[in-house]
Design a binder for this molecule. Sequence first.
Ligand code: ZN
Length: 275
Amino acid sequence: MPELPEVETIRRRLSPVVEGATIVGAEIVDPRLTRPFDPGVVGAALVGERIAVLERRGKYLLWRLASGRTLVVHLRMTGSLRHAPHGELSEDAHRRATLELDTGTDLAYRDVRRFGTWELLDADHLRPYLGARLGPEPLAPSFSAARLGRLLTGRTAPVKAFVLDQRRIAGVGNIYADEALWRARIHPRRPAGGLDPNEVARLHRALRAALRRGIALQGSTLTDYVTPDGEAGGMQHEFHVYGRLGEPCDRCGTPIERIVVAGRGTWLCPRCQRL
Ligand SMILES: [Zn+2]
């Protein structure tokens, strides 16, 4: 599933392609993408819109349109975007939508599992929509260790569940949560509010380092994720714990273990990350 580094990679690759372009055609073929709204109505509303800026918030791609509206795209499990010169997108049974731009570029939205969403929001609705769903951006300058500490205070949930909760911290999913907790040498089942100041500082550093490394390597490709240019990411070659059951810890050589925390498969080093 695309997490912050994958969505940020998509944003960085797509912004020079789409910013300033006007949508001259929109075909949304999967009604699940826009429900409860009719895909034909949403598509028609997009035609004629100029894409002002492509932004990201958490795992959401925000297509800020010149009219003040925003197309809010969430890729969920298997959504991805591709661009190609007009008419040159290859046939694809999993394509759910196509946007044609006045610059001669076509954009395709592909989604095998079909959990992705496209929502067209008015300016008045964007802030409350995101505010209800997302905590702070972990890579923002304002996201300090002190702020993380205040968010953790009083939380009894396992720290991994806390990190995965988009309303607490935006953009972190299963891969980067496990990688960050390994970097911080914190057991995923530790109560979030029970970390001491040193551990909070380590977790803060580790979260940012894991996410930044993911962005530097263009994200991690396990099954569906590719960049909008069709390239695989490289982060999967650098995982310290995720998916590495039985392999030696990069720090101490102890075999990596797998447990379940917050309903999610969770990989850790039992020696570096003590309960
Ligand atoms: Zn270890």
